[in-house]
Write a protein that binds this ligand. Structure first.
Ligand code: AHR
Length: 320
């Protein structure tokens, strides 16, 4: 019988060991981080910029990104997370469409020892250890900035119609609360109608048409929870012969390029920034999470309020 040399035996042992290590759990052992990203959909310019920034950053860092577009459905997000768990990804990034209903699937991820990082929106769960950190905006603060700006612009007096975001989502809830807090000291600032436009341009337009049909010239201001719905509202106002930005003052949230263009055209009055460029902060968080490095629960982005007075000067430097 032929005897193997010591080095041949060592090589044989390694060849068996390496695939076993890869298969048994973490892809980290192969050197490449594997991240599953469950995205909400592509409902707005903001969302598309968010997706692109995360995909670009993953590519730049050599991270393998498994991307899933849930087309606005929580059930699709839950399926995607279960699939990421089955694939033994290293980290899961979740941009949750709504706040509730996440606990069971997040428990599954925790049981599989896969850290979950929240991007953009937040979840309501009883156990905060189910997610590592939230990389995203302070949504209440965005609503507050919009309300403060509008109260000042309207000298504390306006009949406002509100286009809210997706029902039961964190931004729809928090941007409403922030705005209400900002206007509560101005009894003349009244929200006369409020309805969801689902963060979409076409829905924003349809809801605004209904507002115009029922309230007509009674409407003095529009508060839209995102730019896309404000742009839809602008179309509805113009179709009704009302001048957006002049007859009706409009404030929205996101700060996308199309909002800057609308401000320069005098049709939108103000947009509060919601920065979608979270890729770098997200993957820093992923890399720390796999190493078990402790992180703050909140990693908010720095944001500001842009109005018509600065739009022309700043549009060239906008990245989304
Ligand atoms: O959650 C962030 C919001 O979702 C953005 O304001 C909006 O444009 C997007 O669809």
């Amino acid at each position: 019988m032929k005897l193997f040399s010591k080095s041949a035996l060592l090589l044989a042992t390694l060849c068996v060991a390496i695939p076993v290590m890869q298969g048994c759990s973490k892809n980290v052992s192969s050197g490449q981080l594997v991240v599953g990203f469950s995205q909400i959909g592509s409902e707005s310019d903001w969302r598309r910029a968010h997706t692109k920034n995360i995909q670009d950053e993953a590519r730049k860092r050599g991270i393998k990104l498994m991307f899933s577009d849930a087309q606005q459905k929580q059930e699709n997000q839950i399926k995607a997370i279960k699939n990421f768990i089955a694939q033994k990804v290293d980290v899961i990034i979740l941009a949750p469409v709504i706040t509730s209903g996440w606990e069971p699937v997040l428990r599954e991820a925790k049981a599989a020892k896969i850290p979950v990082i929240l991007s953009d929106r937040t979840v309501d769960v009883s156990d905060d250890s189910l997610w590592v950190t939230h990389v995203g905006p302070n949504l209440t603060e965005e609503g507050r900035m919009a309300g403060e700006w509008l109260a000042k612009k309207m000298n504390g007096k306006a009949n406002i119609v509100e286009l809210t975001g997706t029902a039961s989502s964190a931004p729809a809830r928090d941007r409403k609360i922030g705005f209400q807090n900002a206007i509560k000291n101005f009894p003349g600032m009244k929200i006369i109608k409020s309805q969801t436009g689902d963060f979409k341009r076409v829905t924003g337009q349809q809801v605004m048409e209904a507002f115009i049909a029922s309230e007509g010239k009674n409407i003095q201001a529009v508060y839209a929870h995102n730019d896309d719905m404000a742009l839809g509202a602008i179309q509805a106002l113009e179709a009704a012969g009302i001048k957006p930005g002049k007859d009706v003052i409009i404030v929205s949230i996101d700060g996308v390029k199309a909002a800057f263009e609308a401000m320069i055209a005098g049709k939108l009055n103000c947009s509060v920034e919601c920065n979608p460029l979270m890729g770098p902060a997200l993957f820093d968080a992923c890399e720390k999470a796999v190493k078990g490095i402790a992180q703050p629960k909140e990693m908010p982005s720095k944001e500001q309020c842009f109005d018509q007075s600065v739009a022309a000067k700043l549009i060239g430097s906008r990245k989304y």
